[in-house]
Write a protein that binds this ligand. Structure first.
Ligand SMILES: [Mg+2]
Length: 286
């Protein structure tokens, strides 16, 4: 492993030593599942199920923290089945969807979701006109219960389109008191007030964790990284991994380790499991 800093190596060692009090947080797209042109065709890495089960047996918590609705992540990741295996081992698997606005856990088996933000329906109704006025009507709209995502990935000039689209959506979203979430060839407009940073802080508090790891690949993960850096300032262990996107400099600059996409993530997670002390040694504190 090539750590980006000397502190990175140390943080890895501390995380491994503190696994029984630690929580592993993993983004879905670009981390557990390769990025694909059509988000509905994403599929989880074939090694992910076994790795998640192994991690859950040894860490205090394992959570998928994603911009996707919980139900989508659970379906695409076959996380129901993974969760059942984790439950059998006496642990739980959590999914925090739509940037933490929604929750699913293997133990509850259901999604808890707030009502859609006020203004979202009106914003969505206005969107086709708005896009047409800007010559962006070819953008792909993805409706979520609490948000709408506008994708430029399949357009003729995805980067140029994204650059034109972002300020237009930002202005319109502000009129409806909605928040803007930029990503890779996508801009999402959603409820304000929640982000992956809050999601991470919630998990840390609920599970009384004193070590947190986050693996992300996109701008939406910066909030989670910053939350963990803040927890680190208060003396907690925090280990940050960027999955394969050199272009997301904002994330790489904060990361302790850069890995090569979902394949690299799986390699890293297997290495962590291999490096953990034997199960009996960390029995107290579970
Ligand atoms: Mg991602």
């Amino acid at each position: 492993m090539e750590f980006l800093t000397r502190a990175g190596r140390q943080r890895y060692d501390e995380l491994v030593a503190d696994a029984a009090q630690g929580v592993v947080c993993l983004d879905f797209d670009g981390v557990l599942a390769p990025i694909v042109d059509d988000p509905s065709q994403a599929h989880i890495h074939p090694d992910a199920a076994d790795v998640l089960v192994d991690l859950a047996a040894r860490f205090r918590g394992v959570a998928v923290v994603t911009g996707r609705p919980c139900r989508q992540a659970v379906t695409l990741g076959d996380l129901d089945a993974v969760g059942r295996r984790i439950l059998e081992a006496g642990q739980d698997l959590q999914v925090l969807g739509q940037y933490g606005n929604e929750r699913w856990s293997a133990s509850s088996g259901r999604v808890v979701s707030p009502r859609p933000p006020r203004g979202l329906a009106s914003f969505v109704a206005e969107l086709p006109d708005l896009l047409r006025r800007e010559g962006l009507e070819d953008a792909h709209l993805e409706q979520k219960s609490l948000a709408v995502a506008v994708h430029t990935r399949r357009m003729a000039d995805p980067v140029g389109a994204l650059e034109r689209l972002t300020p237009v959506l930002r202005k319109a979203a502000a009129r409806y008191d909605l928040a803007l979430e930029p990503g890779r060839m996508v801009v999402e407009v959603r409820a304000p007030g929640m982000n992956k940073g809050n999601a991470v802080r919630t998990l840390q508090k609920e599970l009384h964790a004193d070590a947190m790891m986050f693996v992300g690949d996109d701008l939406g993960d910066v909030d989670a990284f910053e939350a963990i850096i803040d927890l680190r300032r208060r003396g907690m262990v925090g280990f940050l991994v960027c999955s394969g996107s050199q272009e997301q400099r904002a994330l790489v600059e904060l990361a302790d380790l850069l890995v090569d996409g979902p394949d690299g993530v799986m390699q890293l997670l297997k290495q962590i499991v291999a490096d953990l002390p034997p199960p009996d040694a960390d029995a107290p504190g579970r």
